[in-house]
Structure formats: C-alpha cells, structure tokens
Write a protein of this length. Structure first.
Length: 270
C-alpha cells in the first residue's frame, strides 16, 4: 500500500503581493527609491509651510521697499471770520468799574447781534480786574488811582460780507480795542479730499519715474500715511486814519490754502 504525501496549501497570512528582494531586485529598488522621494518631498513641504507661517504679519525687508512722498496744495474761500472786541472801564472801586464795564459790553454785544450775528457765536474770551496805580514821586510809592475792568468777547461772523459792518458798529458802540479778523473755512473736508487725490497722483508719478530709473518694478502698495498743513494768510484791513469808528474798514478775506502731504511705500519685485 502506497501512502501519498499530501501537499499543504499556503495559508492567507503567508501570501504577499510584493515580491521578495531576491525574487525581483529592480522592482524592490524602484519601490525603495519612491518611498525615499516621498519622504523627502513631505519634509520639504513641511519646512516651507513652517517658514511661510513664521513670516505672517512681518513687514517686507526694507531693501525690497521704496517710499515716495507726494504733495498738493488747494485753495478755498474762507466762509467764517472771527474778531475779538474789547471794552475797558475805570472806576473808583472794583464794583463801580465792573458795573460800567458790564453795561458797555452788553450794549456792544447787542449792537453786534442786531446785525444778524447769532448770540451763540459771541463768547467771552477774557475778563480781568486790577487796581490802577500811579507813581508818586513825593512819597516814592505807588498810589491807587482806582480800578480797571477789562472784558473781551470773540465774535464769529458766519457771513463774511457783514464783517466790515461789524467792525464799524463795534467801534461806534463802546469797543475800546479790536483785534483780528481771522478767516477760516468751516468745513475743509472737500479741500482735503481734493488735495489727497492730487498728492497721491503726484507720488504715483514720482514712483513710476524713479522705478524706471532704478530698473525695478513696483508690485503693490504696502504702506501709506498723510498729514495736512494749513496756512491762513493775514487779511488786509484798514480803519480810517487808524482810528476806530471813522468809517467802515475795508476787509479782504482772500483765500486759505490746505496742503496735504502723503508718503506711499511700495513693495518692489524682480
């Protein structure tokens, strides 16, 4: 009787889709190189991502930037004038000087308000009371000569065409001093907008010329700042024979200038 040896079948655990190294050396080598390349690629991408993350929020290096200044000046006609009116009064004592000064100042303010100036545009800017003393050579001392009370009010004239009349009426109604006027523009936002547009255009033109001269290219704007310079030229006005109340003074408002400066920083590219 002959007994046949039964061949055993391989179990699933012993089956492999990858050939052993000694069975297919070229395939195994290619597979090894592929894994090595993938690992190197992933490490490089990770390093790049970490480097980019560390640069978030950091400014570009100064050697890759250029800053250009631009400026523009626009003019506007003043629509507000302010003038300071003063009244000085004397009295034997403080109370008497104050009473006289209050009456004169109130009358002065009433005359100005009657011209159409709003009472809310009249503001007391100074008030003082002090003893008036005179030097006595006989006694070599200062003797009291009564008291002086001085009050000043600042008047805002919103209709500049009435300014001459305001000055004239003030001189005729108790003002002992007049200073000003100072001309301003109530709302300069439209002038600033116009100046900004022209200043940016000025800086942009300069940047293009400079970039061409240096052989570089402007990529984008990375910084911007601006500041305003306002000038208020002194008005010309004349009181008749340098006296107050002789006639209406000639007042010329002229124009006010608003100068806006900008600084634009560009990032350079290759």
């Amino acid at each position: 009787m002959t007994v046949k040896k039964q061949e055993s079948n391989p179990t699933p655990a012993s089956i492999s889709i990858w050939p052993a190294w000694h069975e297919n050396k070229p395939f195994a080598l290619t597979l090894l190189l592929t894994f090595a390349f993938l690992i190197a690629f992933l490490m490089a991408r990770t390093s790049l991502a970490l480097g980019e993350a560390s640069q978030v929020g950091k400014p570009d290096p100064y050697e890759h930037q250029i800053s250009i200044d631009g400026t523009a000046t626009v003019t506007g006609v003043p629509d507000i004038a302010t003038v300071t009116l003063g009244v000085e009064s004397k009295g034997a004592d403080v109370a008497t000087a104050q009473s006289t000064n209050s009456e004169s100042t109130n009358a002065l303010i009433a005359s100005v308000v009657a011209l159409g100036v709003d009472k809310s545009d009249v503001q007391t800017s100074n008030y003082s009371a002090y003893e008036n003393t005179e030097w006595n050579p006989d006694t070599e001392t200062y003797d009291s000569a009564g008291w002086i009370v001085s009050q000043q009010v600042t008047v805002k004239v919103r209709d500049t065409s009435r300014l001459s009349t305001v000055l004239d009426v003030a001189g005729r109604n108790g003002a002992t001093s007049i200073s000003g006027p100072n001309f301003t523009i109530d709302d300069t936002s439209h002038l600033r907008d116009q100046a900004r547009e022209e200043a940016i255009a000025d800086a942009t033109e300069k940047a293009a010329v400079l970039a061409a001269s240096l052989g570089v290219r402007l990529e984008r704007v990375v910084g911007y700042s601006e500041w305003v310079d306002s000038s208020y030229p002194s008005p010309y006005y004349a009181l008749a024979e340098m006296g107050i109340g002789g006639s209406k003074p000639d007042v010329y408002a002229g124009t006010n200038e608003v100068t806006l400066n900008v600084s634009i920083t560009y990032k350079l590219t290759e």
